[in-house]
Write a protein that binds this ligand. Sequence first.
Ligand code: ARG
Length: 253
Amino acid sequence: MKKLYAIAITTAALALGSFQLQAAETIRFGTEATYPPFEFLDDNNEVTGFDIDLAKAICAEIKAECTFSTQPFDSLIPGLKYRRFDAVIAGMDITPARQKQVDFSMPYFENSASFVAAKNKSFKSANDLTGKAVGVQNGSTFQTYMIDKFEKQGVTVRPYETIQNAFLDMTNGRLDAVFSDTAVANDWLLEQGKGDYSRMGEVIRDADYFGVGYGIAVRQKNPLKSKIDDALTTLKNNGTWQKIHDKYFPEAR
Ligand code: ARG
């Protein structure tokens, strides 16, 4: 009888032990994966990119498991608030407006904004866009900026669910320009623009709209923020960040 009892306790303890092993923290990331080189689907339909490699490296540091789900960009902050995921990594600008809703990690990537247009349109600056149509990603900081700064000047601002669809509409002649992240514009120019398109005018940095770089968003006051920040500091210091950067931005080497 005593022996059986002991066996039962041992089994329970073993079960508990393995449960604890499996119960390592899981961080569910939300993203919008049509944004190369930050997040996109590879040939096997797996989400990949600079942000994804960085998130995986953070999870390795924290000893957490990472999962990724992809959603429309404008639903990422609502999804985070409704706990559909624990963090958002999506080339997301740390802006004052968003900071009212979520907390951000320290900046992990320096950002700026750029227009792309056909070379033969020979627009010199955004002021030449009066009466023209410009595509932006729905819910992005570019949309807010264009509406605030250019709509009253007679520019039509067209929101797209993905920036790739905006680029496509530009190549089909339905848009005169696309306004997006400089790094994403550069990637598109290299991969698809094929010499007929280029960046137009100056790179724009306006912290009121585009914030202070990209950050990983978490729910307000979530202690996950400081774990992510500590991991980011380590990855910056030990060269991992740079390695991931060079993988996705080889021209910067
Ligand atoms: N940087 C812009 C913003 O924060 C656009 C980001 C879009 N990201 C994406 N994964 N589609 O609003």
